[in-house]
Design a protein around this ligand. Sequence first.
Ligand code: OXD
Ligand code: MN
Length: 591
Amino acid sequence: MLTNNKNVLNWVDEMVKLCQPDQVVWIDGSEEQLEALRKEAMSTGEMEELNQEKLPGCLLHRTAVNDVARVEARTFICSKTKEEAGPTNNWCDPAEMHATLNKLYEGVMKGRTMYVIPYSMGPIGSPMAKVGVEVTDSIYVVLNMDIMTRMGKRAFENLGDTSNDFVRGLHSKAQVDPENRYIVQFPEENTICSVNSAYGGNVLLGKKCFALRIASYQGRNEGWMAEHMLILGVETPEGETKYITAAFPSACGKTNLAMLIPPKVYADQGYKVWTVGDDIAWMRIGKDGRLWAINPENGFFGVAPGTNEKSNFNALQSTRKGTIFTNVAHNLDDNTVWWEGLDKNPPENAIDWTGKPWNGKTSTEKGAHPNSRFTAPAVNCPCISPKFNDPQGVPVSAIVFGGRRAKTAPLVYQSFDWNHGVFVGTIMASETTAAATGAVGVVRRDPMAMLPFCGYNMGDYWQHWLDMGEKLGDKAPKIFNVNWFRTDDEGHFIWPGFGDNMRVLMWILARCEGKAEAVETAIGYEPKPEDINIEGLNGITVDTVKGLLNVDKGLWMEETKGIEEFYGKFGDRLPEEMKKQLAALKDRLSK
Ligand code: OXD
Ligand code: MN
C-alpha cells in the first residue's frame, strides 16, 4: 500500500470485494516493477517487444477487432437527473447503472490480478493538478498510464491522508464483450466505470473520462475550465513566448498543429514553436487575473496513420523510444512498425492489425487500423515546451476554435468580444470525411469540440464559459476561429496547411498585441488579405487569401438554420446570451 489515505484504502477494499481478484498489486511507478510487468505481458503475448536497436523500449499491442475506438453510444453521464446530463449525453439513473455494472464486475477478476494505479493529472505539486486512482486487470492499461500520466507513489504526494478529492476509476476488460461494454461517468460521485473494453480511449481513465468529462464538471463547480484543446507556444526571435490554446473536432489535425514546424520565412528569423499539449487543457484564472493553462497529460495518444516525416516530424520522433503501438502493422523483416501514410514502402512480410499475415505491396486491405495509435512520452518530443512541467502552466493569449468546412468558414476570423467568441465556439461544426464510416460532407455540430466529452448539460457549460469571461474581464484571451479545409471547385484544399498554418497564428498573435488591423464582417473581424504572410508559398497569392476569407452570406444564413435547430435541443438551459448572439448574427447577415 502506498498511502494511508482512508478514503483511498476503503474504496480499493470495496473494489477488491466486488471484483475478487486473486491478488492486488499497488503500482509504485518504479522502473523495476514496470519492467517485470512488461516481461509478464510479453510472456503472455499481450505485448510484443519491437526491434530494440531501432525502437528502444517500444512495444506492440493488438486489441480485439471489435474494440478499436471510443464507443460514444455506450458512454454515459450518470448524474442524478437526466436534465443535468443534458440532451447531448446518454444518461441512465445512477442507481440503476450501478446495479447493471455491479453484475458485470462481480467476481470478474477471479484468476486475475488487480493493479491499483495512483496517478496525477498535471505536474506533481501543481495547484492545478488532480489525483486519480484507477484499478484495472490489464497490464496494457498500467503501461499506457505510465506514459500518459504521472503515475505511481508520487501521485499521492498531492493528496494527503484525509482528502477525498480523488477520482475513482474502475476498469475491467472482462470478456471484451461489445454487447456489455460500458464507459460510465458518475460526476457527482467522482467515479468512472469502464468494462468490457481494452482500447485506450475507453480504458485509460485519466484521459477523456477524467480530464474532460469529470474535470469539466469539477471545473464548473470550482470555477475553472477543462477543455479539449492543444496548447502551443510561439517564441519570437527576441525570446518572448506567447501561448495559444485550440479546440478542433477529431480528424482536423490537432496534434499536427500542436507540433508544427515553422515555415522557412519564420524559422530563418528565429521563431520557434513549442508544444505544451496536443489534446487537453485545464485552465484557471491566475493571480494576475489572466487565464493560465496546463496540459494534464504526460504523453501523446496519437493516431498513427498519416503521421510521417513531412506531416508531423515531431510526432514521429516522439515515437522512436519508450512508445506503445496499438493496432499498427508489424513489419516482420526488421521487427518494426508500419502504418498507412508512414512512407511509400509498405512491408511485404508483415502482420496486419488483426494479427493476420499481410503483404503491403499486394494486399488491398489496410495494414494498420485507421484509428491505430501510438502512446508516446511527451519528453521525447523535440519541440516539447520548457514549460511543460511548470506547475503554474502558461498564460493564454488566444483561444482558437476550428473545424473542417469546405465552403462556409473563412481561413480565420476573430470574435467581436468574449461573449461573441463563446457563440463562435458553440456553433463549431465539422464535415465528415471519407476516413470515417457514414456519409461524406455531412455537418456534425461539435461545440468547442466537446460534444463527446462534456460531463454535464452543455447549455450550462456554455453559461460557464460566459461566467469565466465575466471574471476575466479585459484580461480574457482573444477568441478566433480558423478553417484550414476550404476547397476549390474540384474539391482540392486551397490552403497548404501543416507548418504554414503558422502564418495564420502570426496574425492571431499580432491581433492579441494590437499590432494588426482587421476588417469587420458579418461574422467577425478578418485580416486584410495582405496581412497574411505568404512569402515563400507556391501558388498562393493575395487574391487566393482574399478568396479564403470570403464570407458567403447566403451559406451563412443557411448555417443559422442548423444552429437554431441545434440550440432548440437545450430548451431553457440555452443561455439567453446565445439567443441574442444568434439574432445579432442573422441581423448582420441580412444587411
Ligand atoms: C482522441 C479523440 O483520441 O479526441 O483524442 O478522440
Ligand atoms: Mn482528443
